[in-house]
Design a protein around this ligand. Structure first.
Ligand SMILES: Cc1cc2nc3c(=O)[nH]c(=O)nc-3n(C[C@H](O)[C@H](O)[C@H](O)COP(=O)(O)OP(=O)(O)OC[C@H]3O[C@@H](n4cnc5c(N)ncnc54)[C@H](O)[C@@H]3O)c2cc1C
Length: 358
């Protein structure tokens, strides 16, 4: 089997990988992105059904402080719109207690959603790449330093590259990708113990013909400590022409079937909104624990954001030929889209210097 040559090889076509390739596109170098999944986007996925509201099942909300993402969206001419929270929420602290309609604090904090779903960002980045091959269904298995180059073994091809950038959650990199020569123990220990943002969450959403929740003096905002739905919001589109409710389901329900989770969610919504809630158009969900390209198989308990943005991620490895990037490697907004974009910018700056002196 012939080996494929490239200048920069990026592992993973999520937000970090695609942003990095977008930044590299004018440097006149050959970039290759290898993506294990059948789709690009990683932890960004939007389900779109014709004439229904797009449902985000991964990254969804941005706050004004996520300035690098907002700047990237502006560069790509992608619009954002304000999340509707309304002035009241349904609050149910305990399943045995009646739900209450509570007033939401009148604060000035806003959050935004991306028009037509967060996946628009992924699709637009991918469309604008130059000198870049994006190859799906290709899992990187190992990286080996050979002379001045890195040899990358995948499930179907071998690549040889001057530089390799991993954008996998660090714990997943540690679990699935072998490196020769072996990385220092102190480094692999951090990799293994870096928490992956939202790795065990369940996102769910229902689309509807009408936003009936708004006619019931309720905004669609739901907080229920015990679940099955724990945090739910209006998820209608920017134009307010198609309607949905979407949010987080209790992660304790991951062992149930999709149908069982849907029924539990519908019972809860019906108890708040009546029979209209059962008359949905479509149900979408993602159990992130089952996404093998995001979540490790061990049951290593880690605190949320543990080791995220650790200083070891700042510098390159193997003589600045291998970089570990991704949302968990940035210290600001660790785990979130802002961290993914910041990490791409950080590696781009390090790489530019290395490429110039190669
Ligand atoms: C449920 C959920 C809700 C979220 N909500 C928000 C939010 O509201 N706001 C916010 O800012 N952020 C949110 N996030 C976080 C946001 O999604 C991430 O910060 C961002 O998408 C991470 O991008 P990334 O490219 O660093 O990693 P990933 O998206 O994880 O990309 C890594 C890529 O590597 C691929 N890969 C894995 N193994 C291999 C291999 N061996 N070989 C080749 N490819 C491989 C994966 O398939 C994936 O495409 C949420 C995440 C989840 C899961």
């Amino acid at each position: 089997m012939t080996k494929q040559d490239t200048d920069v090889l990026i592992i993973g076509a999520g937000l970090t990988g695609l942003t990095l390739a977008f930044l590299l596109k004018d440097l006149n170098i050959k970039t290759t992105i290898l993506e294990a999944n059948t789709r690009i986007g990683g932890r960004i996925i939007t389900k779109r059904n014709i004439n229904q509201a797009p449902i985000d099942l991964g990254a969804t909300w941005l706050v004004p402080q996520q300035t690098n993402v907002l700047q990237l969206l502006k560069t790509l001419n992608i619009d954002v719109f304000e999340q509707f929270y309304g002035s009241t929420a349904i609050y149910q602290p305990d399943p045995n207690k009646q739900p209450q309609l509570v007033s939401l604090p009148n604060n000035d904090s806003v959050s935004y959603r991306i028009k037509n779903g967060t996946q628009t960002l992924i699709e637009t980045l991918a469309k604008q790449l130059k000198n870049t091959s994006v190859i799906t269904e290709t899992s990187v298995l190992s990286i080996q330093l050979k002379a001045n180059l890195l040899e990358v073994q995948t499930n179907n091809q071998t690549y040889v590259s001057k530089f390799v950038i991993s954008t996998l959650p660090p714990a997943l990199f540690n679990q699935n990708i072998g490196v020769t020569p072996k990385l220092p123990d102190v480094f692999t220990n951090v990799l293994a113990n870096t928490h992956t943002w939202m790795h065990n969450s369940i996102r769910a959403g229902f689309t509807y013909k009408t936003p009936f929740w708004k006619h019931l003096q309720s905004s669609g905002t739901i907080y229920a400590n015990s679940g099955p739905l724990q945090e739910f919001y209006d998820h209608s589109n920017a134009e307010q022409s198609v309607y949905a409710l979407s949010g987080f389901m209790s992660s304790n329900l991951s062992d149930l079937s999709k149908e069982e989770r849907k029924q539990l969610a519908l019972e809860q919504l019906q108890s708040y909104y009546g029979d209209q809630a059962v008359d949905y158009l479509s149900y979408e969900e993602c159990v992130w624990k089952d996404e093998k390209h995001t979540t490790t198989t061990d049951n290593n308990f880690l605190m949320p954001q543990q080791n995220n943005g650790h200083p070891v991620f700042k510098n390159g490895l193997l003589g600045n030929k291998l970089f570990i990037a991704g949302a968990e490697t940035s210290p600001v907004f660790s785990g979130k889209m802002e961290a993914a974009v910041s990490s791409a910018i950080h590696v781009f700056n390090s790489l530019k210097a290395e490429i110039n002196s190669y």
